[in-house]
Each structure stands twice: as structure tokens, then as C-alpha cells.
Design a protein around this ligand. Structure first.
Ligand SMILES: Cc1ncc(COP(=O)(O)O)c(C=O)c1O
Length: 378
């Protein structure tokens, strides 16, 4: 099987797994314990935090280890909104955010916050005009993802950051789950976001790992109360082996990013050109988007049929996203980009990652053509 579903999750890197096992074998003490083993474990934890901070370009104490993207997004939105309610009660998100952002914002409506969505164009890129219009003095947080997980849309982050910082007191949170390791992520300075979400399992790390990074010391309220670990921001005995494995995955993703970006972009462009030869296929991703995501819709077909047919040919792909693949409703991302209704149900996503070769991409094209002959051109 050739795995082309790296946006759903990735295979953990061998050296990440080895790091995890070694850390578990030697550093299993509680990092909060005062004895020598605790101190050693805590030193290891500090090193993992420092390594990530150096790559992200923030201070180590601004890195909070979490269980992944969902928790980091919940924490950023709820934590920043609640701690800074005096700044305002409006939350601005894009119309194509991941459910963990959308639902976190929605949950705050019960606490008196209002949520507004910034519209996107047919490629999923936000309207700067709409952002400017909706960004008001009472906006407390703007959360806009770097790369969309379903269609690979890439947002103009430095422009968004500048607009938010120049025109409001709002915090700008960016979900970088699909961009970190794929394209450069700039965090330092006013041209970057104030808070950043990264998930381990999307970068050949472990499931259940991730972090929220803050650009500087800000007021943020915890969402997990208890013993006050993680600078009082995320209670619970810190999973040191997971943190160390995450630091390893972050380092590796950072190192391989430029080469991956170059290679994946070539394959993405190649696949886009290939897909355009079918008159009944519309590409939803573009050559200006993320390097690793190719999304297209086949007219009059269901995505599930294509996923099954491609699996039969030895390729693992997905419908628009892993989250929406089990309920058969049309995803909010597909709705937001307003494609012709005859294409809406036929969306598939091919996502490239570590280990994929030129041969795999060429074989994919042959298999896709064969499937199209079966389902569309019989
Ligand atoms: C853009 C985006 N944000 C957040 C998440 C959630 O991350 P996690 O699975 O680590 O909770 C995902 C996962 O699919 C994602 O693609």
C-alpha cells in the first residue's frame, strides 16, 4: 500500500520511537520530584523545551506541552479569550478553521463572546477586506490557520499579523498543524502570530503530543486545573518521554523542511497538471497552496467511492479530511469555497509526506486514470 494520507496522520519516525523508548527506560521519574532521578528527568524536559523554543524562536517558558493540536487550539482560544475579556468579547476565525478552533470559539458563545467568520475566496484564501471590516476594537482573539487541512489553502500570515497588531489589541493565534515542517513558519516579531499550535503526529512524531507556543509573556488562563505543572498552565504529571520525542520530531521536521517543500511542490504541481486533463475533475488545491496537499472533486461521484477504488489499486487517500470522513455531510470548507453543487460530494485529498517517491506519484497517476475509466468513462 502506498500511503498518501499524511495530512490525517504520519508514521512515527524510527528515531522518534527510539528516543521515546530510551526516555521511558531511563527517565521515568516524575520531573516535579525533588530526588536525583526527578531532577535528571526535569533537566531532560527543560532541554526538550529549549530545543523547540530555539527552533520556534521564543523563550522556553513560552512553550507549553499539550496532547496535540486539538488541545492547543482549545487552550489558545479559551485561555486567551477568558484571561483577556477586558479587551473585548469578539472572536474572529476564518470560515475554514479546523473543528477544534471552530468548536472552541462556539463554546465561548455561552460565556458571552460573539464569534464572526472571515470569508474566503474559491481557493480558501481569506478576504483581507472582510478581516479589516470585522476586526473591531472589541476583538479579543483572531484565529486563522496557516495551511488548511482539507484543501491546502495557504494564508498571508504576515499581512494578517500586521493588520491585527496595527488595528486592534487582539491576539493572533495561528494553527500551524498542517504547515510546520512543510513550509517556513515565522513566529518572531510583529509580523508573526502571538500564539502557535503544533501537533506531533503530523510531523512523524507521536500521537498525543503537541505544544502551544506563545510569542511573549501574555495573560492566558489554564483549561486544565490541578497541580500547576507546565508553569501553572497545564496541570498533570508531565509526559517527559512524549515531550522529548516531540522535540526530536520537531528538530527533524525543521531540518527536512526545505528539501521536502521543494520536492513535494514539484509533485503537487505535477498532480495538478495531471488532474486538469479530466474534464469532470476540479482541483480545489492550487500551486500557490501547501506543498503536500492535493485536493480535487469529481463531478457526480462520492468521495468514498473513489477512496475505496483507489485503495483497491493500492493507494491510501482520503475524502476531504479524516475528521469529516465518517459523517457523510459536506464539509464546511467545501461549502465555504462555494464549488458547484455537482462536485461537492466527490472531494478527495491526496497528501504527500516522508517516504513517498517519484515512482509512487507516477504509479498514482496510472491508478487514478484506471479508476476514472471504470467509474466515469465506462
Ligand atoms: C489544521 C488542524 N488543526 C488541528 C488538528 C488537530 O490536531 P490533533 O489531531 O493533534 O488533535 C488537525 C488534525 O487533523 C488539523 O489538521
Amino acid at each position: 500500500m502506498i500511503y498518501l494520507d499524511h495530512s490525517a496522520t504520519t508514521k512515527p519516525n524510527k528515531s522518534v520511537l527510539e528516543t521515546f523508548v530510551q526516555a521511558n527506560e531511563r527517565y521515568y521519574a516524575n520531573p516535579a520530584s525533588l530526588h536525583q532521578m526527578g531532577v535528571e528527568t526535569n533537566t531532560l524536559l527543560s532541554r526538550a523545551r529549549e530545543q523547540i523554543a530555539a527552533i520556534i524562536k521564543t523563550e522556553p517558558e513560552q512553550i507549553i506541552f499539550t496532547s496535540g493540536g486539538t488541545e492547543s487550539n482549545n487552550f489558545a482560544i479559551k485561555g486567551l479569550a477568558r484571561a483577556n475579556k477586558h479587551r473585548g468579547t469578539k472572536i474572529l476565525i476564518s470560515a475554514i478553521e479546523h473543528a477544534s478552533v471552530e468548536e472552541s470559539a462556539k463554546a465561548l458563545e455561552k460565556e458571552g463572546y460573539t464569534v464572526e467568520k472571515v470569508q474566503v475566496n474559491e481557493y480558501g484564501v481569506i478576504s483581507i477586506e472582510d478581516l479589516k471590516k470585522k476586526l473591531t476594537k472589541d476583538t479579543v482573539i483572531v484565529s486563522i490557520m496557516h495551511v488548511n487541512n482539507e484543501i491546502g489553502a495557504l494564508q498571508p500570515i504576515s499581512e494578517i499579523a500586521r493588520i491585527v497588531h496595527e488595528n486592534s489589541r487582539a491576539f493572533f493565534h495561528m494553527d500551524a498543524v498542517q504547515s510546520f515542517g512543510k513550509i517556513p513558519v515565522h513566529f518572531a516579531g510583529e509580523e508573526g502570530p502571538d500564539a502557535l499550535t503544533v501537533s506531533g503526529h503530523k510531523i512523524n512524531g507521536l500521537k498525543g503530543t503537541g505544544f502551544l507556543a506563545l510569542r511573549k509573556q501574555v495573560n492566558i488562563e489554564t483549561i486544565i486545573h490541578g497541580g500547576g505543572q507546565e508553569m501553572g498552565l497545564r496541570s498533570g504529571t508531565v509526559a517527559v518521554p512524549q515531550a522529548v520525542a516531540l522535540a526530536k520530531a520537531v528538530r527533524m521536521a525543521h531540518e527536512t523542511q526545505p528539501a521536502h517543500e521543494e520536492q513535494f511542490s514539484q509533485w503537487r504541481d505535477d498532480l495538478h497538471a495531471f488532474l486538469q486533463q479530466f474534464p469532470y475533475v476540479r482541483t480545489l488545491s492550487s500551486n500557490n497552496g501547501a506543498p503536500h496537499i492535493v485536493s480535487c472533486a469529481v463531478q457526480g461521484l462520492r468521495g468514498e467511492i473513489l477512496v475505496n477504488a483507489m485503495q483497491h489499486e493500492g493507494f491510501i487517500i482520503s475524502t476531504s479530511s479524516a475528521c469529516s470522513s465518517k459523517d457523510h455531510s459536506i464539509s464546511h470548507v467545501v461549502k465555504a469555497i462555494e464549488i458547484d453543487p455537482s462536485y461537492e460530494k466527490g472531494v478527495i485529498r491526496i497528501s504527500i509526506g516522508e517516504g513517498i517517491t517519484e515512482k509512487d506519484i507516477q504509479a498514482f497517476k496510472i491508478a487514478f486514470k484506471k479508476v476514472m475509466m471504470q467509474v466515469k468513462e465506462f
